[in-house]
Design a protein around this ligand. Structure first.
Ligand SMILES: Cc1cc2nc3c(=O)[nH]c(=O)nc-3n(C[C@H](O)[C@H](O)[C@H](O)COP(=O)(O)O)c2cc1C
Length: 337
């Protein structure tokens, strides 16, 4: 549907229908604990991205840092879908200071046929998923890392590759972040509420996308101490994994939206390069470990997301978490049509 309509030119469907489809395509975006904390309002000639406070992690993410990064990723996904339909767009971030839940408004520009890379990128949004299994020994090349850095920097976000001598510190930081969140009853309850869902759940993490605890150089977020993920870890040991920190000079909602756009671009670029990815953001959520990450960045700026990347140890495919239905997150403004 998305692939062919642009070929028919700009006048085959009203712009509002195209915007509606772009909002639907953004459902594929990654989000913290698969909360999908967004709402789309489809106007006749513009598209509003709003934060949905009902799917906010009030204990784990009281400032809305990860909520906003997730919404930035959804924004990037919507813009990809619009480009493939032939509509590059102008974006206003945080357009109304009196309406903090309004995170962005997308204004499509004049019709312009999509380029081949727009189609590729759109296709990648359909197949990308988080892979929490340990990666294999095959190395991530410097060229691949340079490609990921370019993808982030297109959104003004920098990428720090955690140096070999920093990996033990990162491991200690990951263990500390996990301990801190699980020790807090409210945070622990929130993790339990959003993780360990039955396969097929529309929000949260189903048990079939998380792996049981397995030895690796840097431990992954455990989600809870007493429930194990059901996805088989496979033969990998993360020996070829690299760890990236997306960072920037600002720390605030505008910066977090840009970080989300950059995260989306990096995840999709990685998928196109044949690399697996899994974000590790408990290290950023916890204030004390966030501070240590700043040290790993040599105090140059603020960490937004930590990302584990690598080459899958076996060609097993990546199972994905499910998503809400279109009508649960998209409102069409009929007054404007
Ligand atoms: C801002 C953000 C933070 C995330 N943090 C983590 C994390 O700490 N650990 C993890 O395993 N996955 C993390 N993820 C991945 C999400 O859980 C994942 O995107 C979501 O469950 C949807 O699944 P999918 O990426 O497979 O489509 C994060 C994603 C985003 C966008």
């Amino acid at each position: 549907m998305m692939q062919t309509s642009a070929l028919h030119g700009p006048r085959t469907r009203p712009l509002q229908a195209v915007l509606d489809e772009a909002a639907a395509a953004a459902l594929r975006a990654p989000s913290v604990l698969n909360t999908q904390p967004w709402r789309w309002i489809v106007h006749e000639r513009s598209l509003d991205l709003r934060a949905d406070p009902t799917r906010r992690l009030t204990a784990l993410d009281p400032e809305g840092r990860m909520l906003t990064v997730s919404c930035g990723a959804a924004l990037d996904h919507a813009l990809i879908a619009l480009r493939v339909e032939g509509y590059p767009a102008r974006v206003e971030l945080l357009p109304d200071p009196h309406d903090p839940e309004l995170l962005a408004t997308i204004h499509p520009a004049a019709y312009r046929p999509a380029a081949a890379e727009d189609y590729w990128r759109y296709q990648t949004t359909l197949r990308r998923h988080t892979d929490r299994r340990p990666f294999g020994p095959d190395p991530v090349t410097e060229d691949q890392i340079a490609g990921l850095a370019r993808a982030a920097f297109a959104h003004g976000v920098h990428l720090h590759v955690v140096e070999t001598h920093q990996v033990p510190v990162l491991a200690a930081v990951a263990a500390s972040a996990a301990r801190t969140e699980l020790a807090d009853p409210a945070e622990r309850a929130e993790l339990n509420r959003w993780a360990h869902r039955e396969p097929g759940a529309a929000t949260g993490l189903p048990v079939d996308v998380t792996v049981p605890g397995t030895p690796r150089p840097v431990p992954l977020r455990p989600y809870a101490e007493d429930v194990e993920g059901r996805l088989e870890a496979g033969p990998g040991d993360d020996s070829g994994a690299r760890y990236l920190i997306l960072w920037g000079h600002q720390d605030g909602r505008r910066a977090w939206l840009r970080a989300g756009q950059a995260l989306s671009a990096v995840l999709l670029t990685a998928a196109e390069l044949g690399l697996g990815t899994s974000p590790m953001t408990d290290l950023v959520e916890v204030a004390s470990t966030r501070l240590v990450l700043r040290r790993l960045l040599y105090w140059q700026g603020h960490p937004y997301v930590v990302l584990r990347i690598g080459v899958a140890a076996a060609d097993l495919g990546v199972p994905g978490a499910h998503r809400l239905a279109h009508d649960e997150v998209v409102d069409v403004d009929r007054t404007s049509s």
